[in-house]
Design a protein around this ligand. Structure first.
Ligand SMILES: O=P(O)(O)OC[C@H]1O[C@H](OP(=O)(O)OP(=O)(O)O)[C@H](O)[C@@H]1O
Ligand SMILES: Nc1ncnc2[nH]cnc12
Length: 177
């Protein structure tokens, strides 16, 4: 399946979770077996050589991140929402398109200088991905690359990541918010 084929499997839900938001829903993509498999194929082709682990952002980033890590034969690092990890964590607050949140990681899961590939379903403002990358870097890992299924380019997230020294790719773009 091409990236254009995959794009047809994304469901758009207007005014969720707030008025004016066009919610790009990946559940219709992952419910399609060929679509899910092809998505992981496309992401795997974009993974940089030397990737030592994949970090995925809760919750939707876990779906693509774990599948990609298994495909690449590397470990998976969960970037969790606040209060979920059972050990001492480092955390970062951030703003997103429709609210505020905090992500946390267990820094002991990472080795110094380890090259971590950040994965999420979607990049909008980039606030979530930037917070996750900052955490991975604070833990001593390298985080210079990120992959997304969907980019909303008008919200400028990929530009923010580039300014922070993170190269990103997405399988598809959607215009508007
Ligand atoms: O680029 P940003 O403006 O930061 O927005 C993108 C983030 O928003 C969504 O997650 P959400 O916080 O809705 O959580 P979920 O994955 O648990 O549904 C999405 O999965 C990204 O993680
Ligand atoms: N428009 C959108 N659709 C789905 N997830 C999102 N996360 C942030 N903005 C989003």
């Amino acid at each position: 399946m091409t990236r254009d084929d995959l794009k047809t499997l994304i469901r758009t839900v207007p005014d969720f979770p707030a008025a004016g938001i066009q919610f790009r829903d990946i559940t219709t993509l992952i419910a399609d077996g060929r679509g899910l498999s092809a998505t992981i194929d496309h992401l795997a082709r974009l993974a940089p050589p030397g990737t030592a682990s994949v970090a995925g952002i809760e919750a939707r980033g876990f779906i693509f991140g774990t599948a990609l890590a298994a495909r690449l034969g590397v470990g998976f690092i969960p970037v969790r929402k606040a209060g979920k990890l059972p050990v001492e964590t480092i955390g970062q607050d951030y703003a997103l398109e429709y609210g505020e949140a905090r992500v946390e990681i267990d820094p002991t899961l990472l080795s110094p200088g380890e090259q971590v590939l950040l994965v999420d379903d979607l990049i909008a403002t980039g606030g979530t991905a930037l917070a996750a990358a900052q955490l991975l870097r604070r833990a001593g890992a390298r985080c210079d690359n990120a992959l997304f299924v969907i980019d909303l380019p008008e919200l400028g997230g990929a530009d923010r990541l580039r300014d922070a020294g993170i190269a990103s790719h997405a399988l598809m773009d959607f215009a508007g918010h």
